[in-house]
Each structure stands twice: as structure tokens, then as C-alpha cells.
Design a protein around this ligand. Structure first.
Ligand code: HEC
Length: 150
């Protein structure tokens, strides 16, 4: 009898734990639902293969120097909100290198991809001290993320 009581209470504990887990999972799914929808919209607009969500993680490597927020401040590098389609070196309150200012670049997806794979190769004399990404998938994801910042 004592034994079956124990197993009954064990069963109850197990059921309670399972219930809590299901509850937590449902909560996590609900919390994710809205951002996921936004990401789908963001990716549907630019004809780009990258994944903006993964790109946001890769942007952590840029974030020590760059923000990409509306009205965000410049840091060691210029704010990158709305950078796609922008003329290079056009953030008004940032002191760019003359190399970038005279580059004549407009930041298309392709140009951004080349830039993040080696800034100094695209614009010798740039002051962006970043060695460059080599993984094309990461580059695509990052460019997709930059496209979503507008
Ligand atoms: C060590 C600091 C640093 C890191 C890390 C860095 N940048 Fe930069 N970035 C700069 C600086 C400084 C400039 C300005 C370059 C110039 O004037 O020649 C710049 C310029 C740029 C520009 C041109 C913006 C414009 O207004 O024309 C883009 C785009 C850019 N960075 C993207 C990135 C991305 C994406 C990453 C991450 C992969 C990254 N940067 C990492 C410092 C950095």
C-alpha cells in the first residue's frame, strides 16, 4: 500500500513536470510567433538568399563598432541603419576616411558582400579594421540582416 502511494505521488510529480514543460513550450512558441512573422516579411522583400535571423548573430562581430538602429549613434564605425541603397560615407556625423569618401560606392547587396569579405581589398586605405568574413553563407545572412535594418 505504501509502495503504491509512493508511485502514485511519483506519477503526480511526473505529470506535473510534463504539464509545466508543455506550458513553457507553448509560451515559447507564442513568444516566437510574432518575430518569426516579421522575419518572413523581411526576407520576402529583398531577393536575397540569406537568413536575417542568423545574420543578426553574425552582426555581433560588427556590433563592437556599429549600431544598426534607427537614430542610433555612431560608434567606432558609422550607424548602419538603412545602409542598403545608401551612398558610401554618407552618414552626416561620422568622420570617414578619404578613401571611402572618394570610393563612389553605393551599398548594394553585392557591394556589401564584397566589403565584409575584406574591406581593405575593396577600398584600400579604409579605416574599418576588420579582416573579413570568408563563409559565403554567413555573408549572405549578414547582408539579409542589414536589409532588414530600415
Ligand atoms: C573595429 C571596428 C569595426 C568593425 C569590427 C566593423 N566595422 Fe564597419 N566600419 C568601421 C569604420 C571605422 C568604418 C568607416 C570606414 C572608413 O571611413 O573608411 C566602417 C564602415 C562600414 C561600412 C560603410 C558605411 C557607410 O556609411 O558607408 C559598412 C557597410 C560597414 N562598416 C559594415 C560592417 C559590418 C557588416 C561589419 C561586421 C562584419 C563591420 N562593419 C565591422 C569599423 C568597424
Amino acid at each position: 500500500m505504501a509502495r503504491s502511494l509512493t508511485s502514485a505521488s511519483q506519477l503526480r510529480t511526473a505529470l506535473l513536470a510534463a504539464g509545466t514543460l508543455a506550458f513553457l513550450m507553448a509560451g515559447a512558441l507564442a513568444a516566437n510567433a510574432a518575430p518569426q512573422k516579421n522575419i518572413v516579411v523581411a526576407m520576402a522583400q529583398p531577393p536575397h538568399a540569406g537568413d536575417a535571423t542568423k545574420g543578426a548573430q553574425i552582426f555581433q562581430r560588427c556590433a563592437m563598432c556599429h549600431k544598426a538602429d534607427k537614430d542610433g549613434a555612431n560608434g567606432l564605425g558609422p550607424n548602419l541603419f538603412g545602409v542598403v541603397g545608401r551612398k558610401a560615407a554618407s552618414e552626416p556625423n561620422f568622420s570617414y576616411s578619404s578613401a571611402l569618401k572618394s570610393s563612389g560606392i553605393v551599398w548594394t547587396d553585392d557591394k556589401l558582400g564584397v566589403w565584409v569579405s575584406g574591406p581593405a581589398k575593396l577600398v584600400p586605405g579604409t579605416k574599418m579594421a576588420f579582416p573579413g568574413l570568408s563563409d559565403q553563407k554567413q555573408i549572405d545572412d549578414l547582408v539579409a540582416y542589414l536589409n532588414s535594418r530600415k
